[in-house]
Design a protein around this ligand. Structure first.
Ligand code: MLC
Ligand code: AMP
Length: 473
C-alpha cells in the first residue's frame, strides 16, 4: 500500500486555480440546496479548515444531504481519509466501522443510540499506519464483518477518467441519480465523477421513478431495481428519453428490463460492471454495441481473463464460464488490516479474483453469469454477506440455527431469505421480531425480507448446511 500525496486536482472541477474555472456554474443540487462550483469549494474548504491536523480517518454519516457531500469533499480536499457510513447502520455495524478504521472524528448527525468512542490519536496508533487513502468503503465478504476497501486519490482519478473517456462524459453533461452516498456507484461515480469531470449533478434524495422523471439531465445512473421500477412506469421512462445515457450497474440487469427500456426510451441502456475493490472495469459504449445481458468490454487500462475450476485459463469463446480475473490500475490498495484477505483475492501473478462467473467472447464482450459463492448476495444492488446476517440472527435467544440465502426476486434481483430453527414457537410474530432484530443490529438494507421456519437445516455428511438445497425450497 504506497503512501500517496493527496492532490487537490482530484476533484478537478473544484480546483480554484483552473484557468477556465467558472465559479458561478452549477455543481450540485441535493435536497433543496444548490451549490455553484465556487460555493461548494468554499463550503468544503471552510469545513476542511476545521480538519486541519486531523489524523483521521473521519467518519461521515452518509445521509443523502448537502452536508454529506460537503463533508466528503472537505476530507478529500484536505487529504484526510474518509469513511462514508451507511446512515441506516445499526450499533454493531457502526462500532465495527469506527473501531476497524480507527476513526478520530464523526461528521453529521449522531446515530440514535449515541456514538461509540472514537480513537484518540494521542493514545493509540492508527490502523492505517502511514497510509493515507482517500476513501475507505466498508463492504461485505462471504464471512465475518465487513472489510474496509482502501482507495487512493490516484485509483479514483484513474477510474473516473477511464469512465469519462468510455462514456464521452464532458462538462456539458448533467448527471441525475438518487443512489446511496456510501458506495462506489452513488458516491464515486455519481458525485465525485461529476465533480472531476465538471458536469453538474442532481441527487434526487431517493432512487424513485417519479423523482428521476421530474429531473432533467443527460446521464441517469441506477441499479437494476431502479430501472425495473422505471420500466414499469411508462410515463417515468418516457420522461427520460431525451437523456444521452441511461446507465445500469451494480447487479445484473434482467433482459426483459433492458428490452423494455430500449422500447420506451428509444435507445438501450448502457451497462457497466465493477466492484468496490476494482472500481468500474467493463462497460458498453455510447457509440458501440449494447447487447442485452452483456456488460461490454474492458475500460482503458483494464485487462480480463477467465479461470476454470481446474485452475486453467479459459478461451474467450463466448461460451466458457469461469471466474473473472482483472488486472487494472484502479485496483484498491488492499483491505484495511487484512493482509490475509488481500492476499487471498490476488493470484500469484498479481491479478484480482472477482469471484464473479463470466464468459467473454472473441470481441472482448463480457456476460456476468453469477457468483462463485452463494454466500455473497446482491439485493437491490447492495452486497450482503449471508454469514454476517446469520451471525446476528444466531445472537437472538429464540434462534438455535440459521441459514441465509439469496432467492431470485423480480424487484430486488435477489432477496434475503432466512431459514431459522427456533427455540420459541415459530410464527409471524417471531418472524417480525427477527427481521427487526437484524435491521436494527446491522442495517435496514441488510434485513431478511422473509423468515422461513424449519425443524432442522439440511446438512451434508460433514455437517455443512446445504444452501443450494435451501434456495430451491
Ligand atoms: C428505510 N425505510 C425504513 C428504514 N430505512 N423504514 C423503517 N426503518 C428504517 N430504518 C423505508 C424507506 O424509506 C422506504 O420507504 C422503505 O422503507 C423501503 O426502503 P428500502 O428497503 O431501502 O427500499 P427498497 O425498495 O428495498 O430499495 C430499493 C433501492 C435500494 C433500489 C432504492 O435498494 C437502493 O438504494 N439500492 C442501491 C444500492 C447501491 O447503491 N449499490 C451500489 C453498491 S456499489 P418509502 O416510503 O420511501 O418507499 C457496487 C459497485 C458497482 O455495486 O458496480 O456499482
Ligand atoms: P460491490 O462490492 O457492492 O461493489 O459489488 C460488486 C459486485 O456487484 C460484483 O462483484 C458483481 O457481482 C456485481 N455487479 C456489479 N455490476 C454488475 C453488472 N453490471 N452485472 C452483474 N453484476 C454486477
Amino acid at each position: 500500500m504506497p503512501a500517496i500525496t493527496p492532490t487537490p486536482s482530484f476533484l478537478a472541477s473544484l480546483d480554484p486555480s483552473a484557468p477556465d474555472a467558472d465559479d458561478s456554474a452549477r455543481a450540485l443540487t441535493i435536497g433543496d440546496r444548490t451549490f455553484t462550483r465556487g460555493g461548494l469549494f468554499e463550503a468544503a474548504e471552510r469545513l476542511g479548515r476545521t480538519l486541519d491536523g486531523e489524523e483521521g480517518p473521519v467518519a461521515v454519516n452518509a445521509l443523502p444531504t448537502a452536508e454529506t457531500v460537503v463533508a466528503i469533499v472537505a476530507c478529500l480536499l484536505s487529504g484526510v481519509p474518509v469513511v462514508p457510513v451507511p446512515p441506516d447502520s445499526g450499533p454493531a455495524e457502526i462500532a465495527h466501522f469506527l473501531r476497524d478504521s480507527g476513526a478520530t472524528r464523526w461528521l453529521g448527525p449522531e446515530p440514535a443510540g449515541g456514538l461509540p468512542p472514537l480513537r484518540n490519536p494521542g493514545s493509540s496508533a492508527s490502523p492505517l499506519g502511514t497510509h493515507r487513502p482517500a476513501v475507505i468503503f466498508y463492504t461485505s465478504g462471504t464471512t465475518g464483518t465487513p472489510k474496509g476497501v482502501l482507495h487512493s486519490h490516484a485509483t479514483l482519478a484513474h477510474g473516473l477518467d477511464a469512465l469519462a473517456e468510455a462514456w464521452e462524459w464532458t462538462p456539458d453533461d448533467s448527471v441525475v441519480h438518487g443512489l446511496p452516498l456510501f458506495h462506489l456507484h452513488g458516491l464515486v461515480l455519481g458525485v465525485l465523477g461529476a465533480l472531476r469531470v465538471g458536469s453538474p449533478v442532481t441527487h434526487t434524495g431517493k432512487a424513485k421513478p417519479a423523482l428521476y422523471a421530474s429531473t432533467p439531465g443527460t446521464m441517469y445512473f441506477g441499479v437494476p431495481t431502479v430501472w425495473s421500477r422505471i420500466a414499469q412506469d411508462e410515463e417515468a421512462a418516457r420522461a427520460l428519453s431525451p437523456a444521452r445515457l441511461v446507465v445500469s450497474g451494480s447487479a445484473p440487469l434482467p433482459v426483459p428490463v433492458f428490452d423494455r427500456l430500449k422500447h420506451l426510451l428509444g435507445a438501450p441502456p448502457i451497462e457497466r460492471y465493477g466492484m468496490s475493490e476494482t472500481l468500474i472495469t467493463l462497460s458498453t459504449r455510447p457509440r458501440g454495441e449494447r447487447r442485452p445481458g452483456w456488460v461490454g468490454t474492458a475500460l482503458p487500462g483494464v485487462e480480463t481473463r477467465l479461470r476454470a475450476e481446474d485452475g486453467g485459463l479459459l478461451p474467450a469463446d463466448g461460451d466458457s464460464v469461469g471466474v473473472l480475473e482483472v488486472r487494472t490500475p484502479t485496483l484498491f490498495d488492499g483491505y484495511l488490516g487484512r493482509p490475509d484477505a488481500t492476499a487471498d483475492a490476488a493470484t500469484p501473478d498479481g491479478w484480482f479474483t472477482t469471484g464473479d462467473l463470466a464468459v467473454r467472447d472473441a470481441g472482448g464482450f463480457h456476460r456476468i453469469v453469477g457468483r462463485s459463492s452463494t454466500d455473497l448476495v446482491k439485493s437491490g444492488g447492495y452486497r450482503i454477506g449471508t454469514g454476517e446476517v446469520e451471525g446476528v440472527l444466531l445472537d437472538h435467544p429464540a434462534v438455535s440455527e440459521a441459514a441465509v440465502v439469496g432467492v431470485a426476486d423480480d424487484d430486488l434481483g435477489q432477496r434475503l431469505v432466512a431459514y431459522v430453527v427456533a427455540t420459541d414457537p415459530p410464527g409471524p410474530e417471531l418472524a417480525r421480531t427477527l427481521v427487526a432484530h437484524a435491521a436494527a443490529t446491522l442495517s435496514w438494507h441488510k434485513r431478511p425480507r422473509e423468515i422461513r421456519f424449519l425443524d432442522s437445516l439440511p446438512r451434508n455428511a460433514m455437517g455443512k448446511v446445504q444452501k443450494r438445497r435451501l434456495a430451491q425450497t
